[in-house]
Design a protein around this ligand. Structure first.
Ligand SMILES: Nc1nc2c(c(=O)[nH]1)N[C@H]1C(S)=C(S)[C@@H](COP(=O)(O)OP(=O)(O)OC[C@H]3O[C@@H](n4cnc5c(=O)[nH]c(N)nc54)[C@H](O)[C@@H]3O)O[C@H]1N2
Ligand SMILES: Nc1nc2c(c(=O)[nH]1)N[C@H]1C(S)=C(S)[C@@H](COP(=O)(O)OP(=O)(O)OC[C@H]3O[C@@H](n4cnc5c(=O)[nH]c(N)nc54)[C@H](O)[C@@H]3O)O[C@H]1N2
Ligand code: SF4
Ligand SMILES: [Mo]
Length: 718
């Protein structure tokens, strides 16, 4: 650890941009006066957002958990000794499994965990708990993009090129992504496209990112939520109908063109306008703009990029919608070229690495499939166990959460790095499920809403208190460094997994040394898709630009696909997709459509940012964005308390009238808990391929609280 007073070079605790920062501890006292400064790095270029600047508050926060908590018979959580608590957990796990089988114990992980922790958690579930049931919050985040990327390219690395490549682009299409709020320093990389009048933003709201297109810098398309698939088919229709596709590229580098082109015939712009509300002329103009950028890129000039965010992915048809975006990119010849490309913007701090090393239900380290005999044999050899010691595939997140407390379902759950009581869909049902468990063990550094429901809470280390690696949105592996001393009483997650594994007599190595677990991860990933086997802490220490795959003897892969795609044929696959008619019908007599998402000032379930004074002061309460015309119809004025009701529940918020949103759409951020929780409204529908919940389009009714009280009275009288 660094001496007090000298800066430690590390990266931000929050999102996948992983901005580089220097954290300097004060020379007196623990963590008081820790300072954070932005550091020069190709992704953030010295910039940080408000969350990054204020992240030091997390380190010295009075709410910090510093001793394990155990719920007594009276229902109260009380401090206890580590040793006793770990024995208690091991005993309870053994007795629950003896009664109800190994799969009655489950694990829920997170995309914010370092690579070392995510890898160890997957191993801990399979070899110490001996359960198949592990999944994580990335299912709610990157799963649709991952499924679409795997299907088209044979690999899922969010950006298959360094972020700096975007700087030279003349056209960038951002689909359902609000980076101006969700990754503010990223916006620097859009300046080239803005200067060329080529920034295209697709969002039902005139978001901060959509406003970057103002003053002739580009185009904002504002479709009805959940209609992006039709919009993308419309854009692709124009490309094919006007002969704008890159025929040479399609013939040399792809398969599946004929089927997809045939299916596009039905999606002429006027029809698409009827579904999406985006004018046919704008669809044609956008397709031509993209094609112009693509042609320029193919000739070595400034090219075109298509990028997706959660706005188009977090739907029950998110995989097909992302596939439609990839098809459009392939028709234009963008992926796997030097001046153009396709990518998806990963969300959580280790959202990329966290989805590669085995905390997914169907996965082993190195992005291997748990059902693949060769993968199982390789990992079993690294772990030093017989292959049949590794369980088969478990349940994806939504199914896992639905199994909580059910007869024959899950009786015990370990949560590491997720606040599912706030962030999972249909949160009220999830909370009931958590309450009905025989044993809920939550590891966190704050008493999150999920931890508050636990039988046992384990206080762990955070970000600037421990060593580890994360893989940023570009697929680049970075060192996170310890900069301050942890509070006495809190312990590292690697340590507690090591101790529990020993008590549960796990047949393999569990070490609390991050470098040791990284080296094992590297070996386990060797020969896999996400191969880290050429990396270790000393390589990363040297500042190597470590883009995976990074097999032993290589220097990594900043740009994937330049020679070939990852499928055995070397070709990318165009997959025919179309809206399921049910999905379109469901929207027809639509009341209002609720879209959910993020604010600049808060992070995710808000466990961290609602505790930072400056951020809470800026956004203290849930606000429902709605159009003034809609508000007038409903008799709602600015700042009125409103109640939002869906088929799944209701939530409260303050009305925020803005002409920046469609009249048929309302928007609520999901950073708040309890009565203000957006996920009381979202339901259980999931994407059939990825298991992604429908977060972005929920039919709702909105009423002012006073009107609502009046109708309730009427109903009571009737
Ligand atoms: N400030 C902040 N930054 C964050 C996070 C955070 O919580 N707070 N979280 C991080 C994480 S984990 C993630 S995944 C990323 C997410 O980053 P983004 O994907 O940028 O974030 P969202 O706000 O979820 O959604 C983006 C936009 O999608 C729009 N949208 C909603 N429905 C639709 C639709 O049907 N179609 C289209 N085209 N657009 C739609 C919303 O209006 C919103 O502006 O952000 C990361 N960065
Ligand atoms: N309605 C709606 N819901 C959504 C979304 C949406 O757009 N709309 N977005 C979804 C998306 S994209 C995401 S990524 C999820 C995120 O949802 P969550 O998983 O709830 O995200 P966080 O709030 O980051 O929760 C992380 C928790 O783990 C703790 N933590 C942080 N680091 C560590 C660590 O290293 N170890 C341990 N043990 N704990 C740690 C934090 O204090 C916090 O309590 O939400 C999803 N939910
Ligand atoms: S953009 Fe993301 S990584 Fe950068 S400072 Fe903000 S939260 Fe941190
Ligand atoms: Mo996310």
């Amino acid at each position: 650890m660094e001496q007090a007073g000298t800066g430690q070079q590390t990266h931000c605790p929050y999102c996948a941009l992983q901005c580089a920062m220097t954290v300097t501890a004060s020379s007196h006292g623990r963590n008081d006066g820790v300072t954070i400064t932005g550091r020069e790095f190709p992704t953030n270029r010295g910039g940080l957002c408000r969350k990054g600047w204020s992240a030091a508050d997390l380190l010295s926060h009075p709410d910090r958990l510093t001793a394990p908590l155990v719920r007594g018979a009276d229902g109260v959580l009380r401090e206890a000794e580590w040793d006793a608590v770990l024995h208690l957990i091991a005993d309870r796990v053994r007795s629950i499994q003896a009664e109800s089988g190994r799969d009655s114990v489950a694990v829920f992980g997170g995309g914010g965990l370092t690579n070392e922790k995510a890898y160890t958690l997957g191993k801990f579930a399979r070899l110490a708990l001996r359960t198949s049931r592990i999944d994580y919050n990335g299912r709610f985040c990157m799963s649709s993009a991952a499924a679409a990327g795997n299907r088209a390219f044979g690999v899922d690395r969010g950006l298959p090129f360094p972020l700096e490549d975007l700087d030279a682009a003349s056209v960038v299409l951002l689909l359902g992504s609000n980076t101006a709020d969700t990754m503010p320093p990223f916006v620097q990389h859009l300046r080239g496209a803005q200067a060329a009048a080529g920034l295209i933003v697709v969002d039902p709201r005139r978001s901060a990112t959509a406003r970057l297109t103002d003053q002739g810098k580009g185009v904002h398309l504002q479709p009805t939520p959940g209609t992006d698939l039709a919009l993308l088919l419309g854009l692709a229709h124009v490309v094919v109908a006007e002969g704008l596709e890159d025929r040479r590229y399609l013939a040399a580098r792809t398969s599946g063109y004929d089927d997809v082109a045939r299916g596009l015939a039905r999606w002429w712009p006027e029809r698409v306008q009827g579904i999406t509300g985006v004018p046919a002329a704008a669809i044609r103009a956008t397709a031509r703009l993209l094609a112009q950028g693509a042609r320029s890129g193919a000739q070595g000039g400034p090219g075109a990029y298509i990028l997706t965010g959660r706005g188009i992915e977090q739907h029950a048809d998110g995989t097909d919608t992302t596939t439609a975006a990839i098809n459009l990119a392939l028709l234009l010849g963008l992926p796997g070229t030097l001046h153009s490309g396709f990518g998806t913007l990963t969300g959580q701090g280790n959202g990329q690495g966290g989805r590669e090393h085995g905390q997914k239900a169907d996965q082993l380290p190195g992005y291997r499939k748990i059902t693949d005999p060769a993968a199982r044999a390789h990992v079993a050899a690294v772990w030093g166990v017989p292959e049949d010691a590794i369980p088969g595939p478990g349940l994806p997140a939504v199914e896992l959460l639905a199994s909580l407390g059910r007869p024959g379902g899950t009786r015990c759950l370990f949560v590491h790095g997720a606040n599912i009581a706030v962030s999972a869909p249909n949160a009220s049902t999830v909370i009931d499920g958590l309450r009905s468990l025989d044993l809920l063990v939550v590891s966190d550094f704050f008493l999150s809403e999920t931890a508050a429901l636990a039988d046992i809470v384990l206080p762990v280390l955070q970000w600037a208190e421990e060593e580890g690696t994360v893989t940023n949105l570009e697929g680049r592996v970075l060192r996170r460094r310890a900069a301050v001393a942890p509070p006495p009483g809190a312990r590292s997650e690697l340590w507690l997994m090591q101790e529990l594994a020993r008590l549960l007599e796990a047949p393999s190595l569990f070490s609390d040394d991050p470098a040791t677990m990284f080296d094992e991860l590297a070996r386990a990933s060797a020969g896999g898709i996400a191969d880290y086997s050429g990396l270790d802490y000393s390589v990363l220490e040297g500042g190597a630009a470590a883009y995976w795959p990074y097999p032993a003897g290589s220097t990594g892969t900043p740009r994937l696909f330049l020679d070939a795609f990852t499928h055995p044929t070397g070709r990318a696959v165009l997959v025919p997709v179309a809206p399921r008619s049910a999905a379109l019908d469901a929207r027809v007599p639509a009341p209002l459509l609720l879209a959910t998402g993020r604010l600049l000032e808060h992070y995710q379930s808000g466990t961290q940012t609602r505790r930072v004074t400056e951020l809470l002061a800026a956004q203290p309460a849930a606000r429902l964005q709605l159009h003034p015309a809609t508000a007038q119809d409903l008799g709602i004025a600015q700042d009125d308390p409103v109640v939002v009701t869906s088929a799944h529940g209701e939530a409260r918020a303050l009305a925020d009238l803005t002409a920046d949103i469609r009249q048929d759409t309302v928007f609520l951020a999901f950073h708040y808990a309890e009565a203000e929780s957006a996920n009381r409204l979202t339901g259980g529908a999931t994407d059939p391929v990825s298991g992604m919940p429908e977060f972005k389009t929920t039919p709702v009714r909105v009423a002012s609280l006073s009107t609502r009280a009046f109708t309730d009275q009427l109903e009571a009288i009737a």
